[in-house]
Write a protein that binds this ligand. Sequence first.
Ligand SMILES: NC(=O)c1ccc[n+]([C@@H]2O[C@H](COP(=O)([O-])OP(=O)(O)OC[C@H]3O[C@@H](n4cnc5c(N)ncnc54)[C@H](OP(=O)(O)O)[C@@H]3O)[C@@H](O)[C@H]2O)c1
Length: 250
Amino acid sequence: MASDKSIILITGASNGIGYDTSYHLAAASPNYHVIMSARTPSKGEAALKEIQARNPQGTLSFLQLDVSSDESIATAAKKIEEDFGRLDVLVNNAGIYLRDATRDNLRSTFDTNVFGPLLLTHALEHLLKKSKDPRIINVSSGLGSITNRADPEHENYQVPFYPYRMSKAALNMMSTCQAFEFKEWGAKVWAYCPGYVVTDLTGKEDRENRIARGAESSETSAQGILEIIEGKRDGEVNKFVRRYGLQYPW
Ligand SMILES: NC(=O)c1ccc[n+]([C@@H]2O[C@H](COP(=O)([O-])OP(=O)(O)OC[C@H]3O[C@@H](n4cnc5c(N)ncnc54)[C@H](OP(=O)(O)O)[C@@H]3O)[C@@H](O)[C@H]2O)c1
C-alpha cells in the first residue's frame, strides 16, 4: 500500500504538535502517507477521523504505539513492515513534562522522552534503511540546551524542572549519536525544538497561561517539521534546529 508515497510515522499524534503535524503533512502533498500513532486507540482513531474529514491531499492511517512499552514498539514495527515494507520519515514527537524530581517522575520522563525514541528508532532502523531518503526528527526542547541553561542572560536560565530538562538534554545527545551512527546508510537526523506553543503538555489548565505568555499556535511547530521533511533544512543535518530557520546551541 502507498509504496510510491513517502511513509511518515509520527508518535504522539493524538494531540498537540503531533496532531497538527499530521494534518499539515497530509495537507501538503498527495505523495505523503502519514501514520498517526498514539498510545490510546480511541484518541488516535478520533484524531485520524477529524483530520480525514478535512480532506487533505495525502493519506493517513492510525497505529497503536506506546513508546514506553517494548511490546508496543515491537508490534508497531511489525505492522509497519507488513503494511508498508519501509519507512521514510520518523518523527519522534511523543513526550511528557513532569516537574518534581522524584524517582518515579524521572523514570517515567526518561522512559517516554528518551528511551522510547531510541528503542523505537532501533526497532525501525531496518525499515528506514530501505528508504531512498531516510529522515529522523527528534522533537526536543530549548529547555534541553545545556548552553542555554548555563547562560544567565538566556530567557530559559531560570526555568527549573529537572526531569524534563534532563530528558531533553539526553534526547539531544541521542540525536547527535544517531546522526553519527546512521550516516553510513544515509539517514539525516535533526533535533528540533517546536517552540513555546499552545498544547496540553503542561496540562489543559495551563493553556490559558501559555496564551497569556505569548505562546504561538502549535501549527507553527508543524510547519517547522514540514520544512525539514521537504528538505529546506538539509544544510543543518545533525544540528539542534528551531522554527523560522533558527538554531539552538546544544
Ligand atoms: N508545547 C510546547 O510548548 C513544547 C515546547 C518544546 C517541546 N515540546 C515537545 O513537543 C512534543 C509534543 O508535545 P505537545 O506540546 O504536543 O504536548 P501534548 O499536547 O501533551 O501531546 C503529547 C503527545 O504525546 C503523547 N504521549 C505521551 N506519552 C506517550 C507514550 N508513552 N507513547 C505514545 N505517545 C505518548 C500524548 O498522548 P496522550 O494523548 O495519550 O497523552 C500526546 O499525544 C513533546 O516531545 C514536547 O516535549 C513542546
